[in-house]
Design a protein around this ligand. Structure first.
Ligand code: NAD
Ligand code: ZN
Length: 342
């Protein structure tokens, strides 16, 4: 069974997301184009047959490779290969590969066409959908980048079989976040827990499809993040503070903790009940994700407050009105301090 989702692109054909077997979906979406693949060393190790038909550029694994130096390396290799504006780039990998590929493709000779095969759960439900591309500068996340949507994204759930469990769970955090802000039905499905979801291919596919549909709808409504798209940051205000203070958690784990924390802030604002917060906490726990960390509230608040580069004087907090509905509320740091009981 194949599933397509199309996201509108201004003045161009829609960006197509295929949730399907990569071996059949990719040739159809490439439609005769001979791409230059950008991938990482892990994908090369696990999927040699998938990569073998294509010329390719392989980059290293890990956030420390998401840099302008790696982009310059890609430009040099493209020049060596004689690539020009009619060339086509195909990023096969997780969010690091797709963020870099989108940026390199958008800038090489002022822009070539590009598509993705998203190989982590996080890149399938989040990173590869929505058109944000970029790299880190001097250790600061995504400081150089652009908005540009790929022609297509292939999400093959069976590729998650080679992904470490911790990475899969990290992706689950972004999917349940999508449910919390926009779809009680998605949240309900994910309440089944990690083993139930991973043991049921149809359920997993369904969850991936719904999480992508939510992101696609939000991105269509607000491509450049002036309003609606901010809802996708639910859980991320606290997650960013956690990530600043501790290296213990991967991003999805910090988001999981952030979702519980920010649900509790919604409760303090009186929009959801203690029973909702308990249900959210239990669901996240069943997905094998952490729900709390040992960093105290004051340190979290200070990390947020000091991060003026990100926030300015006020902060946009995503408030749950119920499980499955949300809104963005701008507030001053003094109000946030009150809410956090500091
Ligand atoms: N553009 C966006 O909107 C957006 C949104 C969220 C996150 N991101 C970015 O995405 C990046 C994180 O992405 P990620 O979590 O996918 O990390 P990642 O790309 O580092 O992948 C995680 C690890 O899994 C390996 N891997 C990938 N697919 C595999 C597979 N199928 N089998 C085995 N191993 C596999 C990778 O080599 C890597 O070691 C961050 O840089 C983040 O900023 C971007
Ligand atoms: Zn995230």
């Amino acid at each position: 069974m194949n599933t397509f989702l199309d996201i509108t692109r201004e003045g161009r054909t829609p960006s197509r997301i295929a949730i399907d077997d990569v071996r059949t979906a990719l040739p159809a979406l490439l439609d005769g184009r001979d791409p230059i693949v950008i991938t990482d060393t892990n994908i090369e190790r696990y999927y040699p047959e998938l990569l073998s038909p294509y010329r390719r550029i392989t980059i290293g694994v890990g956030e420390e490779n998401k840099t302008l130096d790696t982009v310059a390396y890609i430009y040099r290799r493209l020049m060596d290969m004689g690539a020009d504006r009619s060339s086509y780039l195909l990023g096969i990998g997780g969010g690091i590969v797709t963020d870099i590929t989108g940026f390199a493709a958008s800038t090489y000779m002022r822009g070539t066409g590009f598509g993705f095969v998203a190989t982590t759960l996080l890149s399938q439900v989040d990173a590869s959908v929505g058109g944000k591309n970029g790299v880190n500068v001097e250790g600061y996340k995504n400081m150089a980048g652009c908005f540009n949507q790929p022609d297509f994204v292939v999400c093959d759930p069976s590729m998650l079989r080679t992904l470490p469990e911790r990475e899969i769970k990290g992706g689950m955090a972004e999917a349940i976040k999508a449910g919390l802000i926009k779809s009680a039905a998605l949240f309900d499905k994910m309440e089944a827990g990690y083993d139930a979801v991973m043991g049921d291919a149809a359920l997993l596919r369904d969850i991936i499809r719904e999480a992508i549909a939510i992101k696609a709808a939000v991105v269509e409504a607000d491509f450049k993040e002036s309003g609606e798209r901010k809802k996708l940051n639910f859980g991320h205000t606290i997650a960013h503070a956690i990530e600043k203070l501790s290296r213990r958690y991967i991003h999805g784990e910090a988001v999981a903790i952030g979702c519980v924390y920010e649900a509790e802030l919604s409760r303090r604002l009186g929009t959801v009940g203690a029973d909702d917060v308990a249900r959210i906490t239990a669901a996240i726990e069943r997905l094998g994700l952490p729900t709390r960390c040992d960093i105290d509230d004051k340190s979290l608040f200070e990390a947020l407050h000091l991060d003026k580069k990100r926030h300015g004087d006020r902060i946009a907090l995503v408030i749950l009105d119920s499980i499955g509905t949300s809104r963005v509320e701008e507030m001053g740091f003094d109000r946030l301090a009150e809410l956090m009981d500091i």
